[in-house]
Design a protein around this ligand. Structure first.
Ligand SMILES: Nc1ncnc2c1ncn2[C@@H]1O[C@H](COP(=O)(O)OP(=O)(O)OP(=O)(O)O)[C@@H](O)[C@H]1O
Ligand SMILES: [Mg+2]
Length: 293
């Protein structure tokens, strides 16, 4: 059996509905009464440890991510945040501990399958095809949802053609949603950094993830770009209902956006709670100031 036929495929009729929700979401004001406590557990990290040779990146860390919440992962440089995202989406398999996603304990898988599991991500350093346009980069994000094999796609006839039109419709709506119509044909390598980050967000969203992982989505942005990105993150969470795990160094952004925050330092969890709880935790203050409280 080929790799492609083993992938979970959304029913055809569900594809356009994302677009409709997005179109509507653009005009819907944020809901201040949303349940910030979150709901059922979507993903749990249990006693996870991860080492690279002699370097221990993560030591016995446990926390969960609840359906519908924005969960921030913070900590000083080298704390193990990116490594944790790589464990969550299956890029790395921990030497100890377990990840349970939607009630199912994760087995070791190749990175390719990580992208088909309902979890998608953006990277700390933008990872796009720099010579390709915004549109093509986002279509590439959509490829994993295509049900026709490479043979049909290459021929661009028959069922593959109809499918491509449908996927393109979803991507075009995403482009409208992210307000990047003006750059849809521009090679992403020519775009300013802030817009590249937005295209990368679009590519991750094109996979219609249940859980979206964002690794420092606002790094290197100016204030206006940060405000735009914050607005998109909130709208994606509130209107599309996507659960989000977010690594971010800007504490203002973390406090504004997240429902709960887990704090790592030297690979260990030192705090876990609401933004207010975490902010006043002496261990967190020490970690950030680099001194004993
Ligand atoms: N592929 C790797 N090989 C070897 N060591 C690694 C690898 N990835 C991460 N590390 C090490 O693991 C530790 C945690 O790194 P990680 O990138 O997860 O931290 P981080 O919290 O994301 O830091 P930053 O805020 O700087 O992005 C560091 O000591 C890092 O050098
Ligand atoms: Mg990192």
């Amino acid at each position: 059996m080929s790799v492609r036929t083993e992938m979970p495929i959304a029913p055809a009729e569900t594809v356009p509905s994302l677009g409709m929700v997005m179109a509507e979401a653009q005009h819907r004001p944020p809901d201040p009464a949303r349940d910030r406590a979150g709901g059922e557990v979507l993903l749990s990290v249990e006693n996870v440890s991860l080492s690279f040779g002699g370097v221990r990146a993560i030591s016995d860390v446990s926390f969960d991510i609840r359906k519908g919440e924005i969960r921030a992962i913070i900590g000083p440089n080298g704390a193990g945040k990116t490594s944790m995202l790589n464990v969550i989406n299956g890029f790395y398999f921990p030497q100890q501990g377990a990840i349970t996603f939607k009630g199912e304990k994760r087995r070791e898988m190749r990175p390719y399958f990580a992208a088909t599991s309902g979890i998608s991500r953006t990277f700390q350093n933008v990872a796009l095809f720099k010579g390709m346009s915004t549109l093509d980069n986002m279509m590439a994000g959509r490829t994993l949802k295509m049900r026709r094999g490479l043979f049909w796609q290459a021929l661009r006839v028959g069922p593959a053609m109809a499918e491509e039109i449908r996927h393109r419709e979803v991507v075009e709506r995403l482009i409208d949603f992210l307000e990047i119509q003006h750059i849809r044909k521009v090679p992403v390598g020519k775009l300013p950094y802030g817009l590249q980050k937005r295209v990368e967000l679009g590519r991750a969203l094109a996979m219609e993830p249940e859980l979206l992982l964002l690794d420092e989505p606002m790094a290197g942005m100016n204030l206006e770009e940060k405000e735009d990105m914050s607005r998109f993150v909130l709208t994606i969470n509130q209107s599309l209902g996507t659960t989000i795990a977010l690594i971010e160094h800007d504490m203002g952004v973390v406090m504004d956006l997240s429902d709960r925050v887990v704090v790592l330092e030297y690979g260990r969890k030192i705090a876990d709670g609401t933004p207010d709880e975490v902010k006043s935790n002496p261990k967190v203050i020490d970690a950030y100031l680099g001194v004993s409280h």
